[in-house]
Design a protein around this ligand. Structure first.
Ligand SMILES: NC(=O)c1ccc[n+]([C@@H]2O[C@H](COP(=O)([O-])OP(=O)(O)OC[C@H]3O[C@@H](n4cnc5c(N)ncnc54)[C@H](OP(=O)(O)O)[C@@H]3O)[C@@H](O)[C@H]2O)c1
Length: 291
């Protein structure tokens, strides 16, 4: 259900465009939600944790004009994503902007309830399922933005062991998931070309956020505090995703990778059409969802 509202808005009263931002409880997701609301969008903040989601919502609502809604969903759980998308469709007839931003990085190998490695699931598979299930709410002109990372450059998709049961390390896992973001953006862009829905992805830069900080123990927070002066703010970090979601400059651009609002090059592995198709088919198999 929508945490921040008891009654759905009748579609006849709908005046604004709708944007959904994943991982809006902190960092760049929160900054992107604020920026989109400031541009007049009705913004749904997808958060996994009720307390953190409510705290972020309350903070962003300090600016009264912002039209923000909080909905809960764990992108590491396919059943929960199906529940979320079903509920979303009860409330919202259309979706003009989808920002796939939520992400995790973890030193330890963990599996989700669905039995898949956590970073691959949260950063890619969960968003794959979410996106495919929301496509019927997207019309020509709608935009999908995927927050990837420069870390994709050291990644490869381990098709024979995407769960990384052998030789796990954080770089291998995170870079695999971020390469998956770019391959997914390219393949989906091709498959949606005839429907007029654009799909682009970006690297936000080195940004001072809560990424990598353990939510329970706070482990990693001190390191981030020390690095903060060298990192850009979440608002600046989110600006490329917001640009891709809203700027008329990129209304017809699709399947591209951006950094600092400029189209830029990816790694060779991220250009492979064969790998993009293979990953799409693997993701369909894992999620049991087809385009
Ligand atoms: N920070 C950087 O330097 C950097 C660089 C390149 C790319 N990126 C990418 O930027 C994106 C945003 O990260 P950030 O830096 O803003 O980090 P962040 O502050 O840690 O934000 C991550 C967000 O994702 C949410 N999230 C994590 N697991 C989730 C799940 N299972 N279901 C739903 N939401 C979940 C978190 O929710 P909770 O609050 O509940 O944990 C949080 O809202 C990520 O995709 C990351 O890979 C970041």
């Amino acid at each position: 259900m929508i945490e921040s509202l008891k009654q759905p808005i009748p579609e006849t009263e709908r005046k604004k465009k709708t944007a959904l931002v994943t991982g809006a409880s902190s960092g760049m997701g929160k900054a992107a939600a604020a920026a989109l609301a400031d541009q007049g969008y009705q913004v749904i903040m997808l958060c996994r944790n009720k307390e953190r989601g409510e705290a972020a919502l309350k903070d962003l609502q300090k600016v009264k004009e912002r039209d923000l809604w909080l909905m809960l969903c764990n992108l590491g759980n396919m059943k929960d994503i199906r529940r979320f998308t079903d509920e979303f469709k009860v409330y919202f007839e259309q979706l003009e902007v989808l920002v796939n931003n939520a992400g995790v990085i973890s030193l330890e190998r963990r599996e989700t309830d669905d039995g898949v490695e956590e970073q691959f699931v949260v950063n890619h598979i969960g968003h794959f399922l979410l996106t495919l299930r929301l496509l019927d709410r997207m019309k020509p002109g709608s935009r999908i933005v995927i927050v990837a990372s420069g870390a994709h450059k050291v990644g490869r998709i381990h098709f024979d062991d995407y769960n990384l049961t052998r030789g796990f390390n954080v770089i291998k896992a995170y870079s695999q998931s971020k390469l998956a973001n770019i391959l997914f953006a390219r393949e989906l862009a091709e498959r949606l070309r005839n429907r007029g829905i654009t799909v682009n992805c970006c690297h936000p830069g080195a940004v001072a956020t809560s990424l990598g900080i353990n939510r329970d123990t706070g482990f990693g927070r001190r390191v981030m505090e020390l690095l903060k002066p060298f990192f850009i703010t979440p608002e600046i970090g989110a600006s490329t995703a917001v640009y891709l979601a809203t700027s008329p400059d990129v209304a017809r651009v699709t399947g591209k990778y951006f950094y600092r609002c400029w189209m830029t090059k990816t790694s060779k592995a991220a250009k492979s059409k064969k790998a993009a198709r293979k990953l799409f088919e693997l993701s369909e198999k894992i999620t049991d969802e087809r385009l």
